[in-house]
Design a protein around this ligand. Structure first.
Ligand SMILES: O=C[C@H](O)[C@H](O)COP(=O)(O)O
Ligand SMILES: C=C(OP(=O)(O)O)C(=O)O
Length: 357
């Protein structure tokens, strides 16, 4: 019989992964972590439903590459949360999957050793352990859902999910979002198009049936009921910010036209700050000011923040990595983060009191 080199022509190997159930058994959800996730999700839903007058802030590193520094950051964020809890719900950015414009390190799950060894199995296990540790501190977590299989491994530890600018238009990500257990923020496209985020909210709010895996790692037909908590994340695009009052009003109009609730989050980073982290405080101050002037559609902000300001290239010798500094997009440092959050807290107190009255 003739043998053809006809399938998997460009695949070099299939290496086995533990199943989601196996990983859950090794790192079970603790009562403390589960309670923090549930509290976080409920608070987020209440903010989106206007039953909670506060704003939420998704704050944290562009990507986690060092769990020790990440946990150091989480402890500080938890202390800050306790200080500002009357005005802001802080949700820690725990981003393990990075969508790249072309190539580059694709995040801790894909390559935990940052040396192109791609131990995805260990990356996934360490990611789950890290999410458990953060949740056990009592902090809710936020992540970008990029790989459609990962939520089966990590979904019980996530309170808020982003679909990124590069995938908001993807049917696969809209289908996945329709089944996610968290509120989902859809970014506008990298070209600034808000329409794709509005279409994504509509699509994800409907039931879908699609291919995925189940807890036993078997390929399954996943049937979902639809996610009612999709919202827009304005991140700027095509070299132009879109957090200003006119852009926010245009997003409100697009949502109203689609008969969707006016729920808008502003990402202070990315094209809204021309990827210059030093500009993030200006964006945040502008959003807070819009809320003080009476805007009711702005429900949250996103800040890319780390222990140390800026970013660093991944060195060949990893012992040369600077502790607490981003290896992907530049971030504001911890001192600036505290100031941004404390300033917002002070400025929002009056508005939140009025909303409660
Ligand atoms: O937030 C991270 C980056 O903006 C995103 O992953 C794209 O990065 P890149 O353009 O450096 O690939
Ligand atoms: C990749 C990110 O953002 P965006 O999809 O807006 O580029 C991110 O927030 O890490």
């Amino acid at each position: 019989m003739t043998t053809f080199n006809i399938e998997n022509v460009n695949v070099t190997s299939f290496d086995s992964m533990p199943t989601p159930e196996e990983l859950h058994a090794r790192l079970p959800l603790s009562d403390q972590a589960g309670a923090a996730v549930m509290r976080g999700r409920e608070a987020l839903r209440n903010i989106l439903d206007r039953k909670d007058p506060r704003l939420f802030a998704v704050v944290g590193p562009c990507s986690i590459h060092d769990p020790v520094a990440g946990l150091d950051y989480a402890r500080r964020l938890k202390a800050l949360q306790d200080e500002v809890q009357d005005t802001l719900l802080l949700v820690m950015r725990v981003y393990f999957e990075k969508p790249r414009t072309t190539t580059g390190w694709k995040g801790y799950i894909n390559d935990p050793d940052m040396d192109d060894s791609f131990h995805v199995d260990r990356g996934m296990e360490n990611a789950r352990k890290f999410l458990l540790d953060v949740s056990e501190l009592g902090l809710p977590t936020a992540t970008e859902a990029l790989d459609p299989i990962s939520p089966q491994y990590l979904g019980d530890l996530i309170a808020w999910t982003a679909i990124g600018a590069r995938t908001t238009e993807s049917q696969t990500h809209r289908e996945m979002s329709s089944g996610l257990s968290t509120p989902v923020g859809f970014k506008n496209g990298t070209d600034g198009d808000i329409g794709i985020a509005v279409n994504a909210i509509l699509s994800a709010s409907h039931p879908h049936s699609f291919l995925g895996i189940n807890g036993q790692g078997r390929v399954a037909i996943v049937r979902t009921s639809g996610n009612p908590y999709g919202h827009v994340v304005l991140r700027g695009g095509d070299g132009r910010p879109n957090y200003d009052t006119v852009s926010v009003a245009m997003a409100e109009q697009a949502l109203a036209k689609a008969k969707l609730p006016a729920n808008i989050v502003v990402d202070c980073s990315h094209a809204n700050s021309f990827k210059n982290p030093e500009l993030q405080p200006l964006v945040m101050a502008d959003v807070v000011n819009q809320v003080r002037l009476g805007n009711k559609s702005l429900v949250g902000v996103m800040i890319e923040s780390n222990l140390v300001a800026g970013k660093q290239a991944i060195p060949d010798d990893l012992s040369q990595l600077k502790y607490g500094c981003s290896v992907t997009d530049g971030c504001v440092g911890w001192d600036t983060t505290e100031k941004m959050i404390r300033d917002a807290d002070a400025l929002l107190r009056g508005v939140i009191r009025e909303r409660q009255a």
